[in-house]
Write a protein that binds this ligand. Structure first.
Ligand code: CUA
Length: 309
């Protein structure tokens, strides 16, 4: 497989080889059938051409064996491809249990990254080599698309939603990052770089900004600045649900329905509190739509995640 050419990006993640194998198989298959069909058309056009102006074509008879063959073979090939591609897809979208989480916010026209330790970056993302990294991404304006060709990682970043994607890079280096969804006049300039570092270099880079707050500390600060803590108290005396230990758990709603308190649920509960009211509570929480930025939302989400019983 080519390692790097102008037409083909370098392969620098664990999934890259599997994506490439599928890609080359598809190319090979397409070339094979294109040549076969084009060849047959040319051959038959010559072999069965009309030899005199008076010639009348022969009567055709159905050949069931032939019909069955060209039905069953393509069916088998497409089913094989379906199973193969689905397995690659599932592996791409399902992150391992233990990941290094990094938040991504797309904005016209830049990529903002927020590390849990508090570091923030714009258009540059530092990650350690040989670690499973999960990106949790959203957009604060329009749809963007996070694309790192060398990792074969690509995901639409959608306003109002958290999408996640993961990768494990296999070699240190700098890899181009693109926005792959037309998002306005400067879409083509919405690029950046992923810097993959060896673990010691990454640790050194991380501790470079050691004096700042971690993301959940920033969230805690905001939680009290916005007075969330007056209602969401740990002692069951608050007017809002207790948030300690809620993350990742099933929450019973007024309707009796159960939902899992994930990132999206917490985000929605901050922006549109009336959407899913926890059973036993009144819908009295005000909305914080327009008062908190996407980055602040991430800090709040991370703070709630950090609250254990
Ligand atoms: Cu963002 Cu194109």
């Amino acid at each position: 497989m080519p390692t790097s050419s102008p037409l083909f990006p370098e392969a620098a993640s664990t999934i890259a080889g599997r994506v490439d194998a599928l890609y080359f198989f598809l190319i090979g298959l397409t070339v094979f059938f294109s040549v076969l069909i084009a060849g047959l058309i040319i051959y038959c056009a010559i072999r069965f051409r009309r030899r005199s102006p008076r010639e009348v074509g022969q009567k055709m008879h159905a050949h069931y064996g032939l019909e069955a063959t060209w039905t069953v073979i393509p069916l088998a090939i497409t089913m094989f491809l379906f199973v193969w591609a689905s397995r690659v897809y599932v592996e791409m979208v399902r992150p391992p249990d233990e990941t290094l989480n990094i938040y991504v916010v797309g904005k016209q026209w830049m990529w903002k990254f927020q590390h849990l330790d508090g570091q923030r970056e714009i258009n540059e993302l530092h990650v350690p080599v040989d670690r499973d990294v999960k990106l949790i991404a959203t957009s604060e304006d329009v749809i963007h698309d996070f694309f790192v060709p060398a990792f074969r990682v690509k995901v639409d970043v959608i306003p109002g939603r958290y999408v996640s994607i993961w990768f494990r890079s296999t070699k240190a280096g700098r890899y181009r990052l693109f926005c792959a969804e037309y998002c306005g006049t400067k879409h083509s300039g919405m690029t950046g770089e992923v810097v993959v570092m060896d673990p010691p270099a990454y640790q050194a880079w991380l501790s470079g900004g050691a004096t700042q707050q971690t993301l959940s500390e920033a969230g805690q600060q905001l939680f009290s600045d916005l007075a969330c803590n007056t209602c969401h108290r740990a002692d069951l005396k608050g007017r809002g649900p207790v948030l300690e230990g809620v993350f990742g758990q099933a929450v019973t709603l007024q309707s009796g329905e159960k939902v899992v308190a994930d990132e999206a649920y917490i985000r929605e509960s901050i922006l549109n509190p009336a959407a899913k009211i926890t059973a036993g509570y009144q819908p009295i929480m005000p909305t914080f739509q327009g008062q908190v930025s996407e980055e602040q939302l991430l800090a709040l989400v991370e703070y709630v995640k950090s609250l254990h019983k």
